[in-house]
Design a protein around this ligand. Sequence first.
Ligand code: DSN
Length: 413
Amino acid sequence: MTLKDSDTKIAELIDAEARRQESTLELIASENHVSKAVMEAAGTCLTNKYAEGYPGARYYGGCGYYDEIENLAIDRAKRLFGCQFANVQPHSGANANLAAMMAMMKPGDPFISINLASGGHLSHGMKLNASAIFYRPSHYQLDDKTETLDYDSVLAVAKETKPKAILCGYSAYPRVIDFAKFRAIADEVGALLMADVAHIAGLCVGGAHPQPFPHAHVVTTTTHKTLRGPRGGLIMTDSEELAKLINRSVFPGSQGGPLMHIIAAKAVAFGEALKPEFKTYAAQIVRNARALAEGLMAAGYRLQSGGTDNHLMLVDLRAKNEAFTGADAEKALEAAGMICNKNAIHNDPRPPKLTSGVRLGTPALTTRGLKEADMKQVAVFIDRGICAKDDPAELARIRSEVAAFAGKFPMPH
Ligand code: DSN
């Protein structure tokens, strides 16, 4: 029985969501549109089975095909990132990070990272997260003038706190990360370097951002952002010793049965990312981000750090109008058919629920085939949408123009 026949309500909601995605412009920097092949693999009979354990060492019978699938996913991940070991079982990026921390540290051990408000992730030591409940985070800073990473601050905080691990990799950082510099600091203080490349993974493997290996001891990522796979996590290392600890920390340390349908979809996505076309895609994401950034700056907005080197940008709305908030902009843009999230700007005086900025990214629009000239048009739509925040009629007009524009760019097939 099809979904439509067995559960009309859910089928209708899924159809409505598909129409929403088609008719809007997806600018959330951490989202993407996966291929039909990835989606197909995720929606298969592989969801039926328990496969606790690892290939060749499962706790259930009947896992022969699952071993082959998981081994393919592992091999492809290793080829993509150029490393020796990969664990493809983490259900999410946060799970991957927790397991990586369990492998690197004992409860109570200190580590350093950037805090959430400066572009970090909640699993990098936000006070309510397991990473801060079980470990002891301290934070290095961005340089106030350049609004980019302050490597002197990384070294100073590392020397002061003697961390077991140094975390780099961020959720809202528009510039290149110098993994070699981080490794030199880690070596100087005797810490392990963990790079959470969730946001930039697709750029790293596509040649549009330096790779974290061989510098990082441990690399974690999600699989669904620039990497364009199903929602999930991944942990890698070059160290056999750490690989054993990582495997143990994922299962049985923090997870039970792996989501084998998702692991199959990860394998498909990794296979896609190994193709030459993916390099073209990664380069286009960055070119599109630059074009969007230029369009927005020309319209009077300020970008944190003055621009972008990767897939995302932080737009400081105050340069356009001191009264504009991220919350208002996010709402107005959604009404106008453009989906993004409010985001704090460095040293933002406004609280996290309000903020003075929005975070915009180009991975999803690039998947739909938009190029630089199209991004200039998107910048015009964004500016019009934000400026019309108190004018529902104008927002509705923009919404229909955006839908017509989006219709020119098909979803992946
Ligand atoms: N929540 C994700 C983001 O939007 O950046 C990070 O995992």
